[in-house]
Design a binder for this molecule. Structure first.
Ligand code: ZN
Length: 262
């Protein structure tokens, strides 16, 4: 399994040659040997980000959605309507954490996607929806993706959750956090069992509270930082992350061999 970053930027970033933080899990189909791609989030930049890798909508074999900000779901209208009209109704498998399914359609997609040539559609007519219970996992191409619920925003009594994934590989675990606040009590159990961590990291001068900030992550033990790649960066001067003990900041197009996923 490979993990390729289409982009490593934040929602607001306009970094030349980089895009919002959407990724591709890539593996050979066990039956045909063809390369298959699971798109981890489908944000507003995604068609340009895929094009920069020489890919397009037809190369997307499945999608996972971590949460409902536009840099993570704003490209689903493009993908769903293009596959409907150009690929003769092909429905891309869409893995959706159970709490997100209704608001994804009702609050994000319905207004732009509901009316089709036959009448009124629903999400199931545009995607092959696969609802994932948040305490469980889903399997794609024989690989198990464990759901990692993390808090992204706190506003008064309200929480916004984002769902990362954990893969158990032969070389050790791999954690992809998705957007999350710095809440060590939630993150540490996943850090402990991960050989490699891909961590949401904000680099703004002042923390917004929506993302783990570089200064917060710098307080982690050295042995955790030594396993951690940072992504979801802002348009700011690049901090000296290697000097702070991290593996680095992921570049757009950077690809990682995850080895065999159990
Ligand atoms: Zn977000």
């Amino acid at each position: 399994m490979r993990l390729t970053f289409i982009g490593s930027g934040s929602a607001f970033a306009t970094i030349p040659g980089n895009f919002q933080s959407n990724m591709l899990f890539e593996t050979a189909d066990p039956e045909t040997g063809e390369i298959r791609r699971l798109l981890f989030d489908c944000g507003s930049d995604v068609r340009w980000g895929l094009a920069a890798l020489g890919l397009g909508h037809a190369d997307v074999d499945a999608v996972f959605v971590s949460h409902l900000h536009a840099d993570h779901v704003g490209g689903l209208e493009w993908l769903g309507l293009k596959t409907y009209f150009v690929d003769q109704g092909r429905r891309v498998p869409l893995f959706v954490p159970e709490p997100l399914r209704r608001p994804l359609w009702e609050n994000c997609l319905k207004a732009g996607m509901e009316l089709l040539d036959f009448g009124l559609a629903d999400l199931d007519q545009l995607f092959d929806v696969k609802e994932v219970p948040i305490e469980e996992s889903f399997t794609w191409m024989g690989a198990r993706f464990h759901i990692v619920p993390l808090v992204h925003l706190r506003g008064g009594a309200y929480l916004m959750w984002s769902y990362g994934v954990f893969l158990d590989t032969e070389a050790g675990g791999v954690l992809l956090t998705s957007d999350c606040r710095f809440e060590p009590d939630r993150l540490e159990p996943w850090y402990e069992k991960s050989a490699v961590i891909f961590q949401d990291c904000e680099t703004l001068p002042t923390p917004t509270g929506a993302h783990a900030h570089f200064l917060e992550l710098s307080t982690l033990p050295p042995e955790v930082r030594a396993r951690m790649w940072l992504y979801h960066i802002n348009c700011t001067a690049r901090p000296d992350v290697e000097g702070a003990g991290f593996l680095g900041i992921v570049e757009a197009g950077q690809s990682f061999d995850l080895g065999t996923v159990r």
